[in-house]
Write a protein that binds this ligand. Structure first.
Ligand code: ADP
Length: 260
C-alpha cells in the first residue's frame, strides 16, 4: 500500500558547494542578516572557503553589509558569477535589481523564477560552506528552499523577548517538517552595556533564548551583545568579524567553529 500525495520533492546538492547552512529568524529585525554576514566572514577567517547567499529577496541587506554593488557577470554557460569581498563569494537579489531603493514588487511566478536562479544558477567556486540568509518567518520561500536543497543544518537567531521566542517554535517545527536539523539558537542583542557607567541592561529579557534552548533540547550557540559598534560597522559595510581580535567578533567565531 502506498498512500497518495506523500512524495516530497527531491532535494538537490549545489554544484561547487560542500555544505549548506541556513540562517533564519522567526521575526524580522532581530539581526539575522548581521549574523549571516559575520558568520561568513568568521568562517573565512578560519580558512574555510565560504559563500553567502542572500535569499532575503524582499529586503536584501547583504550587499550593504558586505559592501558589494554592481551586476554579476555571467559564465559561458549563463551562470551568475558571485561578487566577492573579504574573501566571501556573495550573491544577492540586490545585485539583480537595478537600484537599492527600488521595491521588490514581483510576485508569484516571477518570484519563483528569481529564487530558482539564485538557488541553482550561481557559479559557486569550490565552497566548503554556503551560508544562506533566509527571509524572516516561515513563509513560502523558506519552505521551498527547505524542500529543494540538501542542507546540513539551520541556525535560528532570536532575541530573548517572549514575542520573538513564541515564533521560534514555529520556525523549529517548519525545519522539522522539511527534515532539516537545527544547529542551534543564537541570542542576539542579549545585553547592552552603558558606555558611560558600565551598567548592564538586558533590554529584551534575561536568558530567554538559553532557557528556550534547554527546554526544547536544542544547542545554544551563544549570545551577541547589543552594541553600537556592531551597528556602525555594519552600516559601513565592514562586518565586525573582520576585527578578529575584538571581543565583539568572538561570538561569531564561536559559531563558525561549531558549523565548520
Ligand atoms: P534581520 O536580518 O533580522 O532583519 P538585521 O541583521 O538587518 O536584522 O539587523 C537589524 C538592525 O539591527 C540593523 O540595523 C543592524 O545593524 C542592527 N543590529 C543587528 N545586530 C546588532 C547587534 N548585536 N548590536 C547592534 N545592532 C545590531
Amino acid at each position: 500500500f502506498k498512500p497518495p500525495n506523500t512524495k516530497l520533492p527531491t532535494k538537490h546538492t549545489l554544484p561547487g558547494v560542500k555544505n549548506v547552512i541556513l540562517v533564519s529568524s522567526c521575526k524580522g529585525g532581530v539581526g539575522k542578516s548581521t549574523v549571516s554576514a559575520n558568520l561568513a566572514v568568521a568562517l573565512r577567517g578560519i580558512e574555510m572557503k565560504v559563500g553567502l547567499l542572500d535569499a532575503d529577496i524582499f529586503g536584501p541587506s547583504i550587499p550593504k553589509l558586505m559592501n558589494l554593488h554592481g551586476e554579476p557577470r555571467l559564465t559561458d554557460r549563463g551562470k551568475l558569477i558571485p561578487l566577492q569581498n573579504y574573501g566571501v563569494q556573495t550573491m544577492s537579489m540586490g545585485f539583480l535589481i537595478p537600484h537599492e531603493d527600488s521595491p521588490v514588487v514581483w510576485r508569484g511566478l516571477m518570484l519563483q523564477k528569481v529564487l530558482q536562479q539564485l538557488l541553482f544558477d550561481v557559479a559557486w567556486n569550490d565552497l566548503d560552506v554556503l551560508v544562506i540568509d533566509l527571509p524572516p518567518g516561515t513563509g513560502d520561500v523558506q519552505i521551498t528552499i527547505g524542500q529543494l536543497l540538501k542542507v546540513r543544518g539551520a541556525i535560528i537567531v532570536s532575541t530573548s523577548q517572549d514575542l520573538a521566542l513564541i515564533d521560534v517554535k514555529k520556525g523549529i517545527s517548519m525545519f522539522h517538517k522539511v527534515n532539516i536539523p537545527i544547529v542551534g539558537l543564537v541570542e542576539n542583542m542579549s545585553v547592552f552595556i552603558c558606555p558611560n557607567c558600565n551598567h548592564k541592561e538586558h533590554l529584551f529579557g534575561d536568558n530567554g533564548v538559553l532557557r528556550e534552548s534547554q527546554r526544547l533540547g536544542i544547542n545554544y550557540l551563544g549570545s551577541i551583545p547589543l552594541n553600537r559598534q556592531i551597528c556602525a560597522d555594519s552600516d559601513m559595510g565592514l562586518p565586525i568579524a573582520l576585527k578578529r581580535d575584538s571581543t565583539l567578533a568572538q561570538p561569531y567565531y564561536k559559531i563558525a567553529g561549531i558549523v565548520k
